[in-house]
Structure formats: structure tokens, C-alpha cells
Write a protein that binds this ligand. Structure first.
Ligand code: NDP
Ligand code: 2IT
Length: 450
């Protein structure tokens, strides 16, 4: 599969050892495809077994989370934290609560996080965690008891200088608040051990908006540099209707685009007049409702609700921003997007495109911004939150937003520079993988065999 013998050997070994971890292997394969010219130029990486070490987490904890539901019944979930790589900083990455969370899912997310965090240029290693807990239909009290039980175990593995979790799917400010409270209670310590906190207790302005805004800053910069183009008057399809999707839609609209879709795991909304972001916020963030309700509550004409998720990729657009979950765009959906005129795909979600879909983008010369670069704005502002906590001060919205814009523009230019250096000019995916990897590899070499 790989031309380079070293990469082939490491991939064979990891695919044998972790043969049941499909998502993790998919993430590794995509990165390894980009690294062939790098390991050829740097034999010292093979000598020091850098790739073998990169795919093996430094630590993975898996634990029981027992809690009592509102009817008095004992529930048992499984919790995870993968501490993947600490070469360039403390482990950093989100927590996901979703029934599909497994060892494979936290490992794919943690692996991606190593290179993503490196791309931000901030000192953060890679980690990720979560649980198969499903918050849908749970009361607020149940969510609180679950978070407290989860943190009672997790607290022994994390800390402001070791591992700093944050949010991801179904982990937002409510959950971070409960998790922070329990850490403080158990450890008797008030520190920046989590990011994504509310503003009253150490959160950073712009963290809520950061992933979606960052995705648009990244897309805007890539469009400018590679196509001499912008969001102005573009039709944009966005999937998801959570934290990332909502703020991506808000920013894309402010940059002159017409965003015509949002979705959840049941179906999607098509609004030809343009999505009313305030209404989506009310339904999804305030009421924790279903996106279907948009069709009943809007005063826009011509709004359609369609059951099922895949149909969203049949809506004609210029730019697609997948912001829901992994593998949401398969080969057929990618073909349909391209046939309908889509020329830009930038990823807000983690690994939303299958490898076959990515091949379709490449063959059609789609401007493809891979997740670990395009969605790095969230963790970047988490890094800014850590700095503010250490300084014990807080930056204004404008200051944090400016730093976010600079970081996203730098990710584009650093990715393009790395791609050019290794003979893949204009390829944002190859460039992101190489730029992210090189800093981590150099740090690992310098720190010896660990
Ligand atoms: P949220 O929980 O806020 O929202 C997730 C959205 O995606 C919801 O609309 C949800 O619908 C939908 N969704 C979840 N699973 C599926 C599925 N299987 N099929 C279709 N839709 C689905 O999460 P975020 O917005 O925070 O995260 C979205 C993506 O962005 C994830 O891939 C995450 O890893 C990534 N990301 C998040 C960052 C952050 O800072 N939050 C940073 C970088 C990346 P429903 O309500 O039906 O569950
Ligand atoms: O995927 C991601 O980058 C996140 N969920 C954000 C992680 C973080 O630590 O802010």
C-alpha cells in the first residue's frame, strides 16, 4: 500500500495490533500517506522509531463510571482518556459523550489531536477522551451526576500541567461546569485543568465561537491565497447544528455567504433564503430540541425538512463545511457534491470525509482543508485560555479573536510551505500532516527514547 518500506512496516504492525480499531487505522493511514517524502529525507526518524512511537499512545485509561439515574436505578458507562503524545506540551484535547465512543474513536481523535495541536504553534500535546454515555433524554440532574462520577475517576489522571481536557460532541459549557466543579471539590484546587469554562470561572472569550469562526478564517485565507476568491455570494452547505456548525454558519454569513442547510442525526433543513442562526441556537442550544422544529418555527418561505443525514450532500453549493461527525461524507456524497458545482470542502468535524471521498476531492481539484488544520481554532483558543489562566488575567473578545485569526492564517501558510518543500505544492492536506508532524518528531528526537 505504501511505497516507503519503513512506513509500510509500521502500518502493517499497527493494523495487526489494532485490527479492530477501524477509525484509528483510517486516521493513521491518511497521515502516513503524507509522510513518505519526510521519512525518506530524514532517516533519523526510522533509526529512532519515531513512527512506531507516534502510533502508540503514551497511556490509555479506561474506567467504569457508575451513577444513579432519576428513577434510582444504577447505570454503568465506560470512560476513556488517551494520553497520546506529550512531546510538545501537556496532553490536550476534548471529551466526547456519545454512544458510539469506543477505544478506536478516542484513539483516532487523540492521534489527530497530536498534529492539530502542533499546527496551532502553541505548546500542547495530544489527548482525547469521553464516554459511551448518551445525554439525549437525560435530565439536567442526571447529566450532573454522570459528570461528577466521570470526574471522580478522571481527576487522578489529569492536571493543569499534565493533561487538560475540554469539550467535544455533547460536552459543552454545562458539562464542563459540572466537571470543573467536581475536580475542584475532589482535589481542593482551583486551576485551569479544563478549557471551555464559563467566563465567571476562568473561561476565555471566543472559546465558544472558536472552532466555527476558526474554520471560516481558515477557509477564507485558503480561498484568498489559492483561488483569489472569498465567501462573498457563495452558497454554503453546513452539516450539524451544534457548537461548531452554529458559529461556522454565523461567521460564513457575516463574510457574505448564503448558508442554506443545517442538520442533526435525524435529518437536515434546507432553507433557500438562508439559515436563521438565532433560531438554530434557540432550538439546539437553549431548548436542546431537534432541528426538525426549524421548519415549523421559521417565517422563511420554502424551507424543507428531510429525514436522514446523507441527503444534505445533494444540495447544490459552492462550499461544503461538514461540522457533524466522522465519515459523514462517503465517496458517493463527494461525487454528488462535485457534480453539483462544489469546489471547496473544509472540515469543521474531525475526519468527516472517508478516504474515498478525499480521493474524489483530489481528482476534481477541490480546495480541500483537512480537519486537523481547518478545525484547529477550537483547541487554539483553548491554548489561549490556558495562558490566560496561568497569567490570571483575561483578554478582550477583540484580542482573542485577533489571535485566533492570526493562528488560522499561519496554519494555512505553514501548511502550504511544508507542502511546497516536499513537492506537493498547493496540497493543504499533505502540508498540514507534514508541518504538524515535523515539530513533534524533532521534539521526540531531542528528548530521547521515551
Ligand atoms: P455538538 O454536540 O455541539 O454538535 C454535534 C452535532 O452533530 C449535532 O447537531 C449532532 O446532532 C450532530 N451529529 C452527531 N452525531 C451525528 C451523526 N452520527 N450523524 C449526523 N449528525 C450527527 O458537537 P460539536 O459541534 O462540538 O462537534 C461537531 C464536530 O466538530 C465533531 O466531529 C467534533 O469532534 C468536532 N470538533 C469540535 C470542536 C469543539 O471545539 N467543540 C473542535 C474541533 C472539532 P444530534 O443533536 O442529533 O446529536
Ligand atoms: O477536536 C478538538 O480539537 C476539540 N474538541 C477541542 C479540544 C480542546 O482541547 O479544546
Amino acid at each position: 500500500m505504501f511505497k516507503n518500506a519503513y512506513i509500510q512496516r509500521v502500518y502493517e504492525k499497527v493494523s495487526k495490533r489494532d485490527s479492530d480499531q477501524q477509525e484509528f487505522l483510517q486516521a493513521v493511514q491518511e497521515v502516513f500517506e503524507s509522510l513518505e517524502p519526510v521519512v525518506e529525507r530524514h532517516p533519523e526518524y526510522e533509526n529512532a522509531a519515531i513512527l512506531e512511537r507516534l502510533v502508540e499512545p503514551e497511556r490509555l485509561v479506561k474506567f467504569r463510571v457508575a451513577w444513579v439515574d432519576d428513577s434510582g436505578k444504577v447505570q454503568v458507562n465506560r470512560g476513556y482518556r488517551v494520553q497520546f503524545n506529550s512531546a510538545i506540551g501537556p496532553y490536550k484535547g476534548g471529551l466526547r459523550f456519545h454512544p458510539t465512543v469506543s477505544e478506536s474513536v478516542v484513539k483516532f481523535l487523540g492521534f489527530e489531536q497530536i498534529l492539530k495541536n502542533s499546527l496551532t504553534t502553541l505548546p500542547m500535546g495530544g489527548g482525547k477522551g469521553g464516554s459511551d454515555f448518551d445525554p439525549k433524554g437525560k435530565s439536567d440532574a442526571e447529566v450532573m451526576r454522570f459528570c461528577q462520577a466521570f470526574m471522580t475517576e478522571l481527576q487522578r489522571h489529569i492536571g493543569q500541567f499534565t493533561d487538560v481536557p475540554a469539550g467535544d460532541i455533547n460536552v459543552g459549557s454545562r458539562e464542563i461546569g459540572y466537571l470543573f466543579g467536581q475536580y475542584k471539590r475532589v482535589r481542593d484546587e482551583y486551576s485551569g485543568v479544563l478549557t471551555g469554562k464559563n467566563l465567571e470561572f476562568g473561561g476565555s472569550l471566543v472559546r465558544t465561537e472558536a472552532t466555527g469562526y476558526g474554520l471560516c478564517y481558515y477557509t477564507q485565507e485558503a480561498l484568498k491565497v489559492l483561488r483569489n476568491d472569498s465567501f462573498k455570494d457563495k452558497t454554503v452547505v453546513i452539516s450539524g447544528s451544534g457548537n461548531v456548525a452554529i458559529f461556522a454558519a454565523q461567521k460564513a454569513i457575516s463574510l457574505g455567504a448564503n448558508v442554506v442547510t443545517v442538520s442533526d442525526s435525524n435529518g437536515y433543513i434546507y432553507d433557500p433564503q438562508g439559515i436563521d442562526v438565532e433560531l438554530v441556537k434557540r432550538i439546539k442550544l437553549e431548548q436542546r430540541g431537534r432541528i426538525k422544529e426549524y421548519a415549523d418555527l421559521t417565517d422563511h418561505a420554502g424551507v424543507e425538512y428531510h429525514e436522514g443525514c446523507e441527503g444534505i450532500w445533494t444540495v447544490p453549493c459552492n462550499i461544503a463545511l461538514p461540522c457533524a461527525t466522522q465519515n459523514e461524507i462517503n465517496e458517493q456524497s463527494a461525487r454528488t457534491l462535485v457534480e453539483n458545482g462544489c469546489t471547496v470542502v473544509c472540515e469543521g468535524a474531525n475526519m468527516p470525509s472517508t478516504p474515498e471521498a478525499i480521493s474524489v476531492y483530489k481528482n476534481a481539484n477541490v480546495l480541500y482543508g483537512p480537519a486537523k488544520a481547518a478545525n484547529a481554532g477550537g483547541v487554539a483558543v483553548s491554548g489561549l485560555e490556558m495562558s490566560q489562566n496561568s497569567y490570571r488575567l483575561s483578554w478582550s473578545f477583540g484580542e482573542a479573536d485577533k489571535k485566533l485569526q492570526d493562528i488560522m492564517q499561519n496554519i494555512v501558510s505553514n501548511s502550504l510551505a511544508a507542502a511546497k518543500e516536499y513537492g506537493a505544492e498547493g496540497d493543504l492536506m499533505t502540508g498540514a500532516n507534514i508541518a504538524g508532524f515535523e515539530k513533534v518528531a524533532q521534539a521526540m528526537l531531542a528528548q530521547g527514547v521515551l
